[in-house]
Write a protein that binds this ligand. Structure first.
Ligand SMILES: [Zn+2]
Length: 405
């Protein structure tokens, strides 16, 4: 009985009905009586308010517990009590989570040990080791850090190397370098010219780690988007907008390339020292580059902390990367107790479940962080379903070998 209706429509009406004219809401009011009214055109939306829900129906696996017991090589249980212009000036520690609180999550998730990278130095380091490593043997390992507050002392190179030896005697299991070196530490500590990562004043420090057979966990540079303008082309615009101080574009900051090149010179110059280059060598956007470096430097390793967003958006390239470098990739998260402002690294059950899902399943298109809005860029990730043999190495064996546990 509706046979005649199309005849009464003009061409535009017909296109509208067939869905071929988008957003023609002004036209809705002109629709003949009896036709459904179209909703008004939506108002422009503030990007920060946009929370699209995926309509995709694909398999979801909940991995509550890691398939094999693991070591998280990259966590921050304590931080310095004093820092200025990005430079930590005290070895003393402020604790972010009690051992009891951490052990609950660790036992549920099958985490045998957590490595607290930011353990400080001198009294602070010794105290952190006593509170965690010694009180719960085998569950916590603490790393020491450089004493930048002593950087202006004339014999700093020797003083720093000796400080590492002392920390090692006090129980430190490695040395952690924050991106302070290269991006914050200056000639006069907080002022003057930026100190280069391969500044020879640090040579004895790198060497002594090799002599003591303790690894150096080094964070150099940052995501490549942090070195480009925070504009409409920046794929991490929202993140940089939320944390403007994370941008290293402009000013007297070196380029990402310069930072990585200086780091590479350090790794080349100290072949007996084992370097764990954190955050997938800090170039997870370019696994070709990371692979070349791993090929080049047998003393280089990487962790995957806070970079499953990158790895998981290139699952086929990532899977090949894990197959090829299965003996030199370490499980890490950057987990920080109560780090709610940075959901990609907040220490909780959910965060670990996402890592397990990425490594152990072939699930598709899921969130890489427990957050309403993807915090490191608007995309989703895919699992890489590693075989057991590789999982065991990444979860535990590679870290155990470097930590000698
Ligand atoms: Zn970290």
């Amino acid at each position: 009985m509706d046979d005649r209706k199309p005849l009464s429509m003009n061409r535009r009406q017909w296109l509208y009905g067939a869905g071929l004219v988008a957003g023609a809401s002004h036209f809705a009011t002109a629709m003949p009586e009896g036709q459904a009214e179209r909703p008004p055109a939506p108002k422009p939306l503030d990007l920060s308010q946009y929370e699209p829900k995926s309509m995709l129906r694909v398999h979801e696996t909940r991995v509550e517990r890691a398939k094999f017991s693991l070591i998280d090589i990259h966590t921050h249980i304590s931080v310095s009590t004093k820092s200025e212009a990005g430079v930590e000036l005290s070895g003393d520690r402020q604790y972010l989570g009690s051992p009891q609180e951490l052990l609950g999550v660790m036992d549920r998730k099958n985490i045998r040990a957590m490595v607290n990278l930011t353990g400080g130095y001198e009294k602070g380091l010794a105290e952190a080791v006593t509170k965690y490593d010694r009180a719960y043997a085998g569950r916590f390992f603490t790393f020491t850090e450089p004493s930048y507050s002593r950087f202006l002392e004339l014999d700093f190179p020797r003083v720093q190397a000796q400080a590492i030896e002392q920390s090692h005697r006090d129980g430190a299991r490695g040395l952690k370098i924050l991106k302070t070196l290269g991006l914050y530490l200056r000639d006069k500590i907080t002022t003057g010219k930026l100190v280069k990562i391969d500044d020879p004043r640090f040579d004895p420090m790198w060497d002594v780690c090799g002599q003591l057979n303790i690894p150096v966990a080094i964070h150099v540079s940052d995501p490549i988007a942090f070195f480009t303008p925070t504009d409409r082309f920046n794929e991490r615009y929202e993140e940089l907008n939320n944390h403007p101080d994370w941008s290293f574009y402009g000013g007297d900051f070196p380029s990402n390339e310069e930072l990585l090149a200086a780091r590479d010179r350090v790794i080349a110059r100290h072949p007996k020292t084992q370097f764990v280059v954190l955050h997938v060598g800090n170039f997870a956007e370019d696994l070709g580059n990371v692979s070349e470096n791993l090929d080049h430097y047998p003393n280089m390793h990487v962790d995957i902390a806070a970079r499953i967003g990158e790895l998981g958006r290139q699952p086929r390239t990532s899977r090949k990367f894990f197959e090829r470098f299965q003996d030199r990739i370490l499980f890490g998260t950057d987990a920080t107790p109560h780090g709610d402002d940075y959901p990609q690294q907040v220490f909780n059950d959910k965060l670990y479940e996402i890592y397990f899902r990425f490594l152990e399943t072939e699930d598709e298109y899921f969130d890489y962080a427990p957050a309403k809005i993807p915090p490191q860029g608007r995309w989703q990730i895919y699992g890489i379903n590693l075989p057991d043999e590789i999982l065991k190495k990444v979860y535990y064996e590679n870290a155990a070998r470097l930590l000698r546990v």
